[in-house]
Design a protein around this ligand. Structure first.
Ligand SMILES: [Zn+2]
Length: 419
């Protein structure tokens, strides 16, 4: 069999594995709470809050979709015309067309161009978020955050690009196999490393003061059978008024992280309901499942890129001879961008199913649907959410059930538990 035939077979195997893993790990059968309950919940929300959430969503919409559209057009322009290949060659020229310069600096240059064209949209978004009072950050702090995230992406990108093109040079016929394995390893590593190494670049974390709340949260984790090392408070208020909490790390390094904004805004019973939701993610190993499916998806993507990349039409459009040369990187980026846009609704659906399961876990663990519902109201109000977003937008990109769905789920639970 030729390497190409092996690649085809590997891709089929990876896709089957991905489908099986998703089928086993994602809770399929979780019907949303009845629409009548959702509408009743919507009726009870403060109309001023609902109007503000909708106005905020409407104000963000043009920039959000504008950025998607412009990002797609630029990715296609760079990848499906010789423009991107020329840019890579141009960056490599001062270095004597050295392949490392082309692969790493050229690759990062192309990504930077794609970032810069959507930068005005990001700035515009910050202006809207600041105007609505959700951001507490000035332009200085915003710029520093932006530069930090560019720096983090550049480091990760340089490692990935150098690794990828080194493998291609060492194994010109079988690079897709090593590349697929490398992509899977990189996704897995990042999922472990990012919370530990990258989060501290953006926020400061301090252990929660001993007291009734900390004791209650640790007891909650204990009841749940989820060992937790510590409860940390993140200084999120330096950039936002939004409230949140999450659980990060695995096994002995697992910790509960609570935004300082949440502690300021919400009474302890509501903080407990947020943390109980996060413990649900830990207990159901949602991060591990996400890492596994992400690793399989990344491996499948590398093999698919190899197969697609041998299409003569695509190579001619990009003005390159082979998908394996660094000058073909913009073509790969264009294909990945399109795939990301196409896969978004499926990813959002999976995420909503997983989030709904964590909600059910929180209700069962705390047995306190009233606080859960109060917390959902508060989240929606403080975070300026549209509690019942338009259906098309919800289906395309909502990562969580809507506020009214979550409130209705609490009511369904209360009816079941209270009899
Ligand atoms: Zn969640």
């Amino acid at each position: 069999m030729t390497p190409r035939a092996w690649a085809g077979l590997t891709l089929v195997a990876l896709v089957v594995l991905l489908v099986v893993a998703t089928a086993l790990l994602v809770p399929w059968h979780r019907p949303p709470a009845p629409r009548a309950d959702q509408l009743a919940a919507l009726d009870e929300l403060d109309p001023a809050d609902v109007a503000r959430g909708r106005a905020f969503a409407a104000a963000l919409r043009p920039g959000g979709y504008g950025a998607l559209a412009v990002g797609l057009v630029v990715a296609l322009l760079l990848g499906l015309t010789p423009l991107g290949a020329k840019l890579i060659a141009l960056v490599g020229r001062p270095f004597g067309d050295n392949w490392i310069a082309q692969a790493v600096l050229g690759g990062l240059g192309v990504v930077l161009v794609a970032d810069l064209v959507t930068l005005p949209f990001a700035a515009w978004r910050h202006a809207v978020v600041a105007r609505y009072g959700l951001s507490t950050q000035g332009w200085g702090g915003w710029t520093v955050d932006l530069l930090k995230s560019y720096a983090v992406s550049a480091v990760i990108g340089a490692v990935a690009l150098l690794g990828f093109y080194t493998v291609i040079r060492l194994a010109p016929r079988w690079w897709w196999a090593f590349g697929a394995a490398g992509a899977a390893v990189l996704v897995t590593l990042l999922s472990f490393i990012l919370p530990v190494l990258v989060e501290p670049i953006f926020n400061r974390f301090t252990p929660m003061e001993p007291g009734p709340l900390r004791t209650e949260l640790m007891a909650l984790a204990d009841t749940d059978g989820v060992p937790v090392k510590d409860v940390l408070v993140a200084d999120a208020s330096r950039r936002t008024r939004a409230v949140n909490a999450y659980v990060s790390g695995f096994g002995p390094t697992r910790r509960i992280v609570v935004y300082d904004t949440l502690l300021r805004e919400a009474p302890p019973a509501e903080v407990a309901s947020v943390v109980a939701h996060e413990l649900g993610h830990a207990k159901d190993r949602d991060v591990l499942a996400g890492t596994l499916t992400g690793a399989l998806g990344a491996a499948a993507a590398v093999v698919a890129l190899y197969l697609l990349g041998s299409s003569g039409a695509l190579l001619r459009a990009a003005g390159v001879d082979s998908v394996a040369e660094p000058r073909a990187f913009p073509l790969l980026l264009a294909l990945v961008t399109v795939a990301g846009l196409v896969a978004a609704p499926a990813q959002a659906w999976v995420s909503r199913q997983v989030e709904a399961r964590a909600d059910a876990h929180a209700l069962a663990l705390t047995g306190d649907p009233a606080s859960f519902e109060a917390m959902q109201r508060r989240l929606s109000s403080v975070n300026l959410a549209d509690p019942d977003p338009p259906r098309w937008e919800y289906l395309y990109r909502a990562s969580h059930p809507s506020t009214v769905e979550r409130m209705a789920a609490a009511r369904a639970y209360a009816r079941g538990a209270g009899g």
